[in-house]
Design a protein around this ligand. Structure first.
Ligand SMILES: Cc1ncc(COP(=O)(O)O)c(C=O)c1O
Length: 428
């Protein structure tokens, strides 16, 4: 069959979907052994819970009866024990702000990474041409889901306390005026140690955003959801935890809350979860039934046991200390090696430092900066990838996301030194 006929067989979605940057960033990292990657969101290799996982598997597989049950298919919604424990954990994290019924395990489902949930929720809510409001900048892999589904984005500015509510209001109002509000379905917010900026959204801002969305529902003609992605919530190492949007009382009915065990336990386990309101919950359950009719039972049981035995909690405490150290090292290296015109914030959690050069110093995929960094065998995520196409502004192209997650202490030190050299040379 010739190439054009093969291409012709692709669906609209198949044809529309462009190559996600995450795939080439990860490939580059794995294929070039000398490359220091400050790009991919890999977690810290040295602290992955190998011994704990071996013990847990040993326990799960010790008796044939138990072993047989964990090696069997599970259910679409997920392992009952893990759903229960996850719901309880969320409730405890939000106590005393939350109401226990909001965290009922019957509203919670387990997914194959939270990425699958982001995908399915978007699929369940959005048709091509619909509009999703996202933080400006946002998690660039989510932008890939939007692109693939033919969705439009509008960027909502963020500051030190998260979403810029006056900008959200102006955006909603302008969409109402142009008659586009019925196409808006959700606002997607990475509310803890945001990927890519490391910023957190305060509880007051979450409530404020929910109030604004509720206000515009009449003009939209349907519910407007806040999708809160809490992937990095448990990776805080400075400052107090912030209640999730689920604790927003009567407004919690419009909250889609997603979380993951990838970052706090093991990225290779790839187990995520979500609390969803009806009728979205049922729609997503059905879509998951078609996707994979259930996340790996073995891995779910492993996590449920990790939580039940306290191994998860102990691992997390050690992990926070480890990331605090790595973040401190990266920040110190930025202070020593970056020119003073490059701005960044001291991280308080998560895996990232977001560095902004003056607008004249481009950092994009085609920039001299990116090319020279690669020549020196160091990789970062160009900031431009984290901005949705938005007709109301051009994409900023002078920032970079630097991860202290996957690189070793030595690699962070050396990678930052090399990057500092590139930035200094380009600043002269
Ligand atoms: C903000 C955010 N959400 C979701 C995910 C997906 O993680 P997972 O599918 O491993 O749960 C990531 C991964 O990097 C992320 O950064």
């Amino acid at each position: 069959m010739n190439r054009s006929r093969q291409q012709h067989a692709l669906s609209e979605l198949g044809r529309r979907t462009t190559a996600p940057p995450i795939s080439w960033l990860m490939r580059l990292t794995l294929e070039r052994p000398r490359l220091i990657s400050l790009a991919a969101g890999f977690t810290d290799r040295a602290s992955l819970p190998v011994a704990e996982t071996r013990e847990l598997l040993e326990e799960l597989l010790r008796s044939p009866r138990r072993g047989q049950s964990v090696l069997q298919y599970g259910t679409t919604l997920g392992d009952a024990r893990l759903r229960e424990r996850t719901a309880r954990r969320l409730c405890e994290l939000d106590a005393p702000a939350g109401r226990p019924e909001t965290y009922d395990a019957s509203r919670l489902l387990i997914t194959s990474g939270s990425q699958q949930l982001l995908y399915m929720v978007t699929e369940a809510l959005c048709d091509p041409g619909d509009i999703v409001l996202v933080e400006d900048p946002t998690y660039f892999v989510y932008l890939g889901i939007m692109q693939s589904h033919g969705l439009q984005g509008r960027g909502i500015r963020i500051d030190d306390r998260g979403l810029d509510l006056p900008h959200l209001e102006r955006t909603l109002e302008s969409l109402r005026r142009t008659g586009a509000l019925p196409r808006v379905k959700l606002l997607y917010v990475v509310s803890y140690f945001q990927n890519p900026t490391g910023l957190c959204t305060s509880f007051e801002r979450k409530v404020g955003a929910l109030e604004l969305l509720r206000h515009y529902e009449r003009a939209a003609g349907h519910p407007l959801y806040l999708m809160e992605d809490a992937a990095y919530r448990e990776l805080g190492f400075a400052g107090a935890d912030i209640p999730s949007a689920l604790a927003a009382g009567r407004l919690a009915g419009r909250v889609i809350h997603t979380g993951t065990y990838s970052k706090p336990f093991a990225t290779g386990a790839r187990v995520g979860f979500g609390v969803l309101p009806q009728p979205l919950f049922t729609a997503v359950e059905r879509i998951k039934g078609n996707h994979d009719f259930g996340t790996s039972n073995l891995v779910q049981q492993l996590l449920a046991s990790a939580l039940a035995t306290g191994r998860y909690q102990r691992h997390l405490s050690a992990l926070r200390l480890r990331y605090a150290r790595k973040a401190g090292l990266m920040a110190a290296a930025a202070r020593s090696h970056f020119p003073p015109t490059v701005r960044w914030r001291e991280p308080t959690g998560g895996l990232y430092i977001w560095a902004g050069a003056p607008p004249s110093l481009k950092t994009g995929v085609r920039s001299a900066c990116f090319r020279k960094a690669l020549q020196r065998e160091v990789l970062y995520v160009p900031g431009e990838l984290c901005y949705t196409p938005d007709p109301s502004r051009s994409k900023p192209n002078h920032e970079m996301r630097l991860s202290f997650g996957g690189a070793s202490l030595g690699a962070i030190r050396e990678g930052m030194r090399r990057l500092g050299r590139v930035l200094t040379n380009l600043s002269q």
